[in-house]
Design a protein. Structure first.
Length: 183
């Protein structure tokens, strides 16, 4: 199947490749977002692609198993302007049902802040590392269902546009959240 591309001047046209491209600047075309659903029913490792930009990535570690969801962001060299939103739709059920969100390597960071729970959202964790983990050891680390985060790439790093945990998450010690080098 040929690739379909929309431009304001020509409308919908065929071009070499596959998929649909509705990214023309100044376009009034609206579309639904792609949803990438990942679970910890088995250990999952997924590398996101720059061509999946704009997708909503659901990270559901609600299965009561000691399995990890690992998501690697696209390489920054080809990702300038690429963005993703992530959700953790449910609380973790197992202490070892980890979620790891990482960049391509230690020289590329996530930059921004995590607003940590409690109805006032007063706790901030500054992020300047290549890996963000949800390690649900204990009660507080399991209460991240409802967390949302977004990030965009500038061609050098990934910037958090938002990272908000639910109000019932006790962020006093940022329990269950860890930022570190991508070792």
């Amino acid at each position: 199947m040929p690739k379909l591309t929309y431009t304001p001047k020509k409308g919908l046209v065929q071009s070499p490749g596959t998929g649909v491209d509705l990214t023309a600047v100044n376009s009034d075309v609206c579309s639904r977002r792609r949803v990438i659903s990942l679970t910890n029913a088995a250990t999952t490792a997924r590398v996101l692609l720059a061509s999946e930009s704009g997708a909503l990535v659901s990270l559901d570690n609600n299965t009561n198993t000691a399995t990890t969801i690992t998501v690697t962001m696209p390489a920054v060299a080809s990702s300038k302007g690429v963005w993703f939103d992530f959700i953790l739709p449910k609380d973790a059920q197992h202490n070892d049902a980890d979620i790891i969100l990482k960049t391509e390597g230690n020289s590329v960071d996530f930059i921004g802040s995590i607003v940590g729970g409690e109805a006032s959202n007063a706790n901030l964790l500054t992020v300047a590392h290549s890996k963000i983990e949800n390690i649900p050891d204990g009660t507080d680390g399991k209460k991240l269902g409802g967390t949302t985060l977004g990030c965009v790439c500038d061609g050098s790093n990934w910037y958090l546009t938002h990272f908000t945990t639910p109000a019932d998450y006790d962020a006093g010690s940022n329990a269950g959240l860890k930022v570190s080098a991508n070792v």
